[in-house]
Design a protein around this ligand. Structure first.
Ligand code: VJV
Ligand code: CA
Ligand code: ZN
Length: 414
């Protein structure tokens, strides 16, 4: 292992719970929570966990989720999932030879039912349509999955606010498409918005940076009217690529005008032009906005060979963006997000955990990893990117985007 920074003295808080990796959207669904376990195993086997404070993820409570989401939507999600939750607990118990459902889980389950009855919400004929689209299926334990993912992102905020950590990591978060009362794009509860709202209890300005291949629409929408959060998303745009928002001229509204920044690009972006765009834009954003904290969504579907994304980044290119944001020395939260070629996702997030710690991890995947076979045929950390990919972005188009963003940022009062 090689020390990469002079300031490796930064404390890193890492949030994990292996339950997260046990949920399944569906056999054929591209979102595979198992990648979180795979990333964790690399993090353990590379010896990175010994250098961080490792925290067990807890489930966010309904009251906490209410800080952003519509109460009826939460009740809908929670009671609709409660039968599944019982099934899930029973499945868990039988798999582990435990005949009794753990008391604490039963108690919470009863509370959810009581609350939903008080609110007299009917799940039938509901306005909420979770499960109707293949993107957002209902599955066993769905609500627990959401509670764990968002519980960790909220606790990331706390670890930063209390000064316990300089960098906090939740690879099971980053679900940037969830809306106040709507699930979309594999996301149900927006852990990022909940995390940022927590930070705003103390900090004046929070910068959100999103390098997932998709536009961070849910986070942008939540803070579109405010100048206390600047949202910045780099994404693939055009030819009906999901979600279709995030045009260059979506800049925010009212006092939020110019506090939403979008960098839409065509497929084929490779390391060199991507990193150049990233640095040019984030350096100006940091200079103009001077955030108290950075929340970075590190969606790994911007990597080459992703099943859904069309960019062509290497792990080093993706990681260079994380390294660059770290270099400002501002407190930072790293979240996961998309990433559908799961062996590359786990490689990427293990590498970036190393970056947070100022450690460059070895190229050889530790051979004792139980997912070792996933890293065949090379068993190396850095996979070769796809060759002969045309970058469909012309340099002059990219330069125009930078010039326009600089122009927007010039209207921000200092
Ligand atoms: O493009 C879409 C929406 C449709 C309707 C639903 N069909 C299935 C696909 C087209 C218009 N959705 C995107 C959503 C991408 C979400 C990305 C999330 C993140 O990475 O930004 C953050 C976590 C989309 N692209 C590909 C698929 N959905 C897709 C969904 C499936 C599938 C194959 C592809 C769902 C189930 C199954 N296969 C079995
Ligand atoms: Ca993005
Ligand atoms: Zn994505």
């Amino acid at each position: 292992m090689i020390q990469t920074d002079s300031d490796s003295s930064r404390r890193v808080a890492y949030f994990y719970n292996r339950f997260i990796g046990k949920f399944q959207y569906g056999k054929e669904h591209p979102m595979k929570p198992k990648r979180i376990i795979m990333a964790h195993n690399l993090i353990v086997n590379y010896g990175l966990f010994r250098q961080m404070d490792v925290y067990l993820i807890r489930e966010a409570q309904l009251q906490e989720i209410r800080k952003f989401h519509d109460p009826d939507y939460i009740i809908y999600l929670s009671q609709f999932m409660s039968q599944n939750k019982i099934n899930f607990v029973k499945e868990y118990c039988s798999a582990n030879n435990e005949s009794v459902i753990p008391e604490n889980l039963l108690e919470e389950f009863k509370l959810i039912i009581k609350w939903s009855q008080q609110q007299k919400i009917k799940t039938e004929n509901s306005e909420f349509k979770v499960g109707d689209s293949p993107d957002n299926p209902t599955f066993s334990g769905l609500f627990s999955y959401c509670q764990l993912s968002s519980g960790a992102s909220i606790d990331c905020a706390h670890s930063i606010l209390t000064g316990q950590a300089d960098i906090a990591i939740n690879w099971s978060g980053g679900l940037h498409h969830a809306k106040k009362k709507e699930a979309s794009g594999f996301c149900y509860i927006n852990d990022i918005v909940l995390c940022i709202l927590e930070l705003l209890r103390v900090y004046v300005r929070v910068l959100y940076v999103d390098i997932d291949c998709h536009h961070g629409d849910g986070v942008e929408e939540a803070f579109y009217l405010t100048n206390r959060v600047m949202t910045l998303s780099f994404h693939q745009y055009g030819d009906d690529f999901y979600p279709g928002t995030g045009q260059l001229n979506s800049v925010g509204v009212g006092v939020g005008r110019y506090y939403s920044v979008n960098v839409p690009m065509k497929p084929g972006m490779s390391d060199e032009p991507y990193i150049e765009m990233f640095k040019k834009i984030t350096s100006r954003v940091m200079q103009v906005y001077r955030p108290d904290c950075i929340v970075m969504q590190c969606g790994a579907d911007s990597l080459s060979l992703d099943k859904l994304g069309g960019f062509n980044l290497s792990i080093k290119g993706h990681g260079a963006c994380v390294q660059y944001m770290k270099s400002f020395g501002t407190p930072m939260i790293l979240l996961g997000g998309g990433g559908y070629t799961i062996s590359n996702v786990s490689r990427c997030w293990a590498y970036e955990t190393g970056i947070a710690l100022g450690q460059q991890i070895d190229q050889a995947i530790p051979s004792n990893d139980i997912y070792y076979d996933y890293y065949s045929p090379d068993y190396l950390l850095h996979f070769p990117i796809k060759q002969n990919v045309e970058n469909r972005n012309k340099t002059e188009d990219l330069n125009k985007i930078v010039a326009t963003v600089y122009d927007y940022l010039s209207y921000i009062e200092n």
